[in-house]
Write a protein that binds this ligand. Structure first.
Ligand SMILES: NC(=O)c1ccc[n+]([C@@H]2O[C@H](COP(=O)([O-])OP(=O)(O)OC[C@H]3O[C@@H](n4cnc5c(N)ncnc54)[C@H](O)[C@@H]3O)[C@@H](O)[C@H]2O)c1
Length: 668
């Protein structure tokens, strides 16, 4: 399809005449059949809801077709309306538009649905199994049409993918306001998602799926590298001494597959277990794993050799992780760092495989005898925890990777809980990302060049490098390490070929770095050194964007980790400080009802308006979270917010008075 034809098709929105029925494409990855959860009356309601997007004259045909989709897939995706053009992050001017900001948003949402990027593109799912951009193709078509016609004095409102309409606003207002999965709190259990999503009235937006900010695997590689590198620093401050240290973990899947690559960058010997040969092979072919081993005897010999030679090498064990751990105990091998990234947030439906069974046997048991499967998983988790405990007693540093390993092991009855009810081991946010990054304001800042031109990305990398190097000269000791890690990352980013989909870059940065890099990019756009607008954004897994008691806010210890004020304040504050679009989501990462998270996009077009907006919005977007973290008495955040107040006379944050705990003894 030519670009003019593409523009015409987008402007037409939902077509007047029915397009031909689409064949189900078996070559693509598709979402699993969802639970049959609606009763008869509710199924009729789901159909009535779906048909309201279409002219009455089509209802007889579509009602039958949608009823069949609901029966076969558990959802109504409206497959027939999937467009014939290729969906990807086209250069910004290829999108029909009246507002450059709206065209940039089309660029971003198209990236989330690109076949090269999305997990289940025909079901409009970007990642995480259920991270949806829209619920159905009618919502996509209508949203694209609205974005193509919207002006800078209007705002589009999206309710869980449904475009409610374009409302008059003003040029400083967001062009799009997104909410995903916002439920009355009592209706936020996993089955509520199944039911209300099947009815077509809500969706699970994950974090960067429903907010149009996903940038492929690059995001996870950077985050995992920072985590593994800092885990290594916890066992030794000397780079030389860290060489040849042994890191053992599990999972070569979506996110977990970044572990061996990160461990290699950190200079470690790593062993990652993976039971699924397909997943193991993918990472091996990709070059993220150096060697695959199926034989434990051979693997043990190889580990000993690699440790002795201080090789930076990533080994994988194709088999069950518990067999690996138990063998390491038996051989009395010193493991320096341990973790786990099985999908234990989903323990009974394939997230964690029990020992003693092949993958096929487990999958069969899961479907035919779920009660037995659960028993076997729990038995395995107890063995898993026992092996970890034995090695930890010999000096291994173990951390939970936000995958609910400790939670599920404790529920299985493993010896993993202290007398005071806390877990024996800390999570990666409690020990690493929280105190070393989030509390200082460092988080997954990112940008996308809407020209879709790699030369522009290269220029932005150079600008970011200049800013970081300049900041490093006068930075306090507390943040020198973070800056130097990011300098190394951005220097190598181009050579590491991290781009999949849009021309995007991730860089952990604090408030000052985010603002200075954005200013430099906006100036370069004004001077035509960068050829088109740049979109700024971030992962929701950040300083201020997410309230999630077992992950992003797990290092908040004043009881407020179960509140969601920070994420909601962030969303609202970003909106009136100049964000181009904003989003607020229930769910994401750890599950529906377990987290509130939000994000933004901000378009830099080289204008003075963009310069004003970026300063106001980025400052708030980071410092809101630091203020909250400092009120929770986190010492790193107290340092960061006091430093910020010294620099910014307009900022006045309430500082906590610390209590001498001896005073409290014997009072209650
Ligand atoms: N990487 C991060 O930054 C990060 C952050 C927070 C949480 N997490 C969590 O990490 C988990 C993993 O995410 P993912 O996207 O990689 O999931 P995934 O399901 O794609 O990968 C997990 C892998 O573990 C393997 N596995 C399961 N049980 C096993 C066993 N007993 N032995 C050997 N292999 C086994 C599976 O075959 C699968 O390939 C999730 O729970 C996620 O929420 C990751």
């Amino acid at each position: 399809m030519t670009t003019p034809e593409f523009k015409k098709t987008v402007l037409a929105g939902i077509p007047n005449e029915l397009p031909a029925v689409k064949e189900f494409d078996k070559t693509l990855n598709h979402a699993p059949k969802r639970k049959d959860i609606l009763n008869e009356a509710e199924k009729k309601l789901a159909l009535r809801n779906a048909l309201r997007y279409f002219d009455k004259k089509h209802h007889a045909v579509l009602a039958k077709e949608f009823a069949e989709e609901l029966k076969t897939y558990g959802r109504i995706y409206m497959y027939r309306f999937r467009p014939d053009y290729k969906i990807y992050a086209r250069p910004i001017n290829d999108f029909p538009h009246q507002s450059k900001q709206a065209a940039a948003i089309m660029h971003m949402l198209s990236n989330n649905l690109d076949y090269a990027v999305a997990q289940h593109p025909h079901e409009l799912i970007t990642y995480g199994g259920n991270g949806a951009v829209f619920q159905n193709w009618a919502q996509y078509l209508l949203t694209m049409q609205y974005l193509a016609t919207i002006t800078d004095e209007q705002t589009l409102t999206l309710y869980s993918g449904h475009p409610m309409g374009i409302f008059p606003s003003h040029k400083d207002a967001p062009r799009v306001v997104i909410t995903n999965g916002m439920m009355i709190p009592n209706y936020s259990k996993p089955d509520d998602w199944e039911k209300f999503n099947a009815l077509g009235v809500t969706q699970y937006g994950q974090m960067t799926a429903g907010s149009f900010m996903y940038i492929g695997p690059q995001g996870i590689v950077h985050g995992t590298t920072i985590t593994v590198m800092n885990a290594a620093r916890k066992i030794s401050k000397s780079e030389e001494d860290r060489k040849g240290k042994l890191f053992v973990t599990c999972g070569l899947g979506g996110m977990s597959g970044a572990q061996p690559k990160a461990a290699k960058i950190a200079g470690l010997v790593s062993v990652t277990a993976e039971i699924n040969p397909k997943a193991a092979k993918t990472r091996h072919t990709q070059g993220w794993v150096d060697e695959l081993h199926e034989n434990l005897d051979e693997l043990i010999t190889r580990i000993k050799k690699a440790v002795a030679a201080k090789e930076a090498v990533s080994l994988a064990y194709q088999g069950n992780v518990v067999d690996l751990w138990e063998r390491l105990v038996k051989e009395n091998i010193k493991v320096d760092i341990g973790s786990d990234q099985t999908s234990l947030h989903n323990p009974w439906a394939g997230g964690y495989y029990p020992a003693g069974f092949s993958l096929e046997e487990s999958n069969k048991m899961m479907a035919e005898n779920p009660a037995q499967f659960k028993k076997e998983v729990q038995k395995t988790l107890v063995r898993h925890a026992n092996a970890v405990n034995t090695l930890a007693a010999k000096g291994m540093y173990f951390f939970d990777y936000g995958n609910a390993f400790l939670l599920e092991a404790s529920r299985a009855g493993a010896d993993i809980v202290n007398a005071d009810g806390t877990f024996k081991y800390k999570s990666y946010v409690q020990d690493i990302l929280g105190p070393m990054c989030f509390d200082y304001g460092f988080g997954p800042f990112r940008w996308v060049c809407t020209s879709a031109d790699a030369n522009d990305l290269k220029k932005t990398d150079e600008l970011a490098l200049e800013v970081l190097q300049d900041m490093y000269k006068t930075a306090p000791d507390e943040i020198k390490q973070q800056l130097s890690d990011n300098i190394a990352w951005i220097k190598n980013a181009m050579e590491n070929n991290l781009v999949v989909g849009s021309q995007a870059r991730i860089l952990y940065a604090d408030s000052e770095a985010r603002i200075r890099i954005a200013e430099a990019m906006n100036k370069a756009i004004a001077e035509n050194k960068i050829s088109a607008p740049v979109v700024l954004g971030r992962d929701h897994h950040d300083v201020s964007g997410t309230d999630s008691p077992y992950r992003e806010t797990s290092n908040i210890y004043d009881g407020s980790q179960f509140t969601a004020d920070m994420a909601v304040q962030n969303f609202v504050g970003d909106a009136f400080r100049g964000a181009t679009w904003i989003s607020l989501h229930n769910g994401g990462g750890v599950g529906w009802g377990e987290v509130m998270n939000g994000g933004f996009g901000l378009v830099l077009d080289g204008s003075a308006d963009a310069d004003r907006r970026l300063k106001q919005m980025l400052f708030w977007d980071v410092n809101n979270g630091i203020a909250r973290r400092s009120w929770a008495r986190n010492k790193e955040a107290l340092f960061a917010i006091k430093r910020e107040m010294n620099r910014t006379p307009n900022l006045k944050v309430t500082i906590p008075n610390l209590v001498d705990d001896n005073l409290l003894e014997g009072l209650v």
